[in-house]
Design a protein around this ligand. Structure first.
Ligand SMILES: [Zn+2]
Length: 416
């Protein structure tokens, strides 16, 4: 007799349906044989996947689209201006309430591991203070990692260098830079050196917002890779890397080789990337996303993330990471059966690699019983319909339940 049994579920790497027994919050047995539990859930032949991992989002800007005004050009630069105006009025309560609302929504979509950037460009670090409280509030439900993110630059806004240190003292988990937003290439490189130095001092992982621009001259990814290799730094992630899509193929393959050697994770954000990038292109326009398939084929750990939810940077979004995966597989031309499988890995297992949580992640005997039962028994259906999970479990406890959508038809079926 188990504490809890989830019957009749399909795992990603198995053809047959299995039953799952849970004891003391951990997966105790995964097998085809019948199991009995004090509590039993019927998985109805649907997928049981490990929780989704959101490797790039923002919980300070979240749900502020239209306040104080909408981003009419849709560009990164107008978004930063609008956010500049909005952040004058931030309060801890304002950020706390919006972040809690958004994280609850993520939880209902089965996202239980979240890495969120917080802009540290204000002297009070208001958003950071709020997110440290939010992180505490969600303990045991969602694991929240906070990136100290200098939206206004580290060299362009030198006060941000001391704010980064302050942010680490106050509870930020990772350090960051956005070298393409610095005034010159040299200052961009200097910002990366600062970031690596700080990360080493504090023994923190690094998450760089890198080359988020449709400009083949933005060449910071090679610098990040070179720093990671020369400093033997292992916990490095870059987001966006859009310029990589614009490099010529010879230079791009050199950079991809360096990224692979450096063991860097690359996070693509298909929704935001495709909306924001390519705006200055003439036809034919770029697809907006980095070279996901090429990076993946070269052995790089690639993730897909939802990124913004209704912010000046992106006016739409629900937090459903399957929407990001769905768009991402189109933009990356990943439509084969193995591709669909790989794309699901990009929002689950590869995310766990990025966050370095494999010791406690996965549907395996002995690991914490965290998982989502999704109303689909085929990857094409899962990615096409992007359903909410029927059940979301954390340490064997049910955190949320959503009835699968069922349509009733009121007309007679035709027979031949
Ligand atoms: Zn972002």
């Amino acid at each position: 007799m188990f504490d809890t049994v989830i019957n009749n579920v399909r795992l990603l790497n198995m053809d047959d349906v299995v039953n799952v027994g849970i004891n003391d919050g951990r997966f105790a047995k995964i097998a085809e044989e019948k199991m009995t539990g004090q509590t039993t859930w019927n998985g109805r032949g649907f997928y049981l996947l490990p929780p989704f991992v959101e490797t790039h989002t923002h919980m300070d800007t979240v749900l502020t689209a239209g306040s104080p005004r909408f981003n009419l050009s849709g560009t990164l630069f107008e978004a930063i201006e609008v956010w500049q105006e909005r952040k004058q009025n931030l309060t801890v309560e304002d950020v706390f309430d919006r972040a809690c609302q958004a994280l609850q929504q993520l939880l209902s979509y089965g996202v239980l591991f979240v890495r969120a950037a917080v802009d540290i460009s204000d002297s009070e670090l208001t958003a950071l203070q709020a997110l440290v409280k939010v992180k505490k509030y969600f303990t045991g439900k969602i694991d929240l990692e906070i990136i100290a993110f200098p939206q206004d630059g580290l060299m362009a806004s030198p006060d941000n260098q001391k704010r980064m240190r302050q942010a680490l003292e106050w509870g930020a988990d990772l350090v960051s830079a956005a070298p393409h937003l610095e005034p010159t290439r040299e200052k961009g490189i200097e910002s990366l050196r600062f970031c690596f130095q700080l990360a080493q001092e504090w023994n923190k992982a690094i998450h760089i917002f890198c080359d988020e621009v449709d400009d083949e001259h933005s060449r910071f990814l090679e610098v990040v890779a070179d720093l990671a290799i020369s400093k033997k730094y292992d916990l490095v992630t870059v987001s966006h890397a859009n310029a990589l899509a614009y490099y010529n193929d010879v230079y791009a393959s050199k950079v991809i080789r360096l990224v692979q050697q450096a063991n860097i994770t690359v996070v693509a954000c298909p929704l935001v990337n495709s909306m924001m990038q390519g705006r200055a292109d003439r036809y034919p326009k770029g697809r907006g996303m980095t070279r996901v398939k090429q990076l993946h084929d070269a052995g790089v750990n690639v993730c897909m993330a939802h990124d913004d939810i209704r912010t000046p940077f992106y006016p739409l979004g629900t937090g459903n990471i399957l929407q990001a995966a769905h768009l991402g597989l189109h933009l990356a031309h990943m439509s084969g059966q193995q591709d669909l499988h790989d794309v699901v890995q990009m929002i689950t297992v590869n995310g766990a690699t990025c966050l370095d949580i494999h010791d406690r992640y996965g549907i395996e005997e002995g690991k914490p019983a965290n998982g989502v039962v999704l109303p689909a028994n085929d990857l094409a259906i899962l990615l096409s319909e992007q359903p909410k999970p029927m059940y979301v479990f954390r340490n064997g406890e049910l955190l949320s339940e959503t009835d699968p959508v069922e349509t009733t038809f009121y007309y007679e079926k035709m027979t031949t």
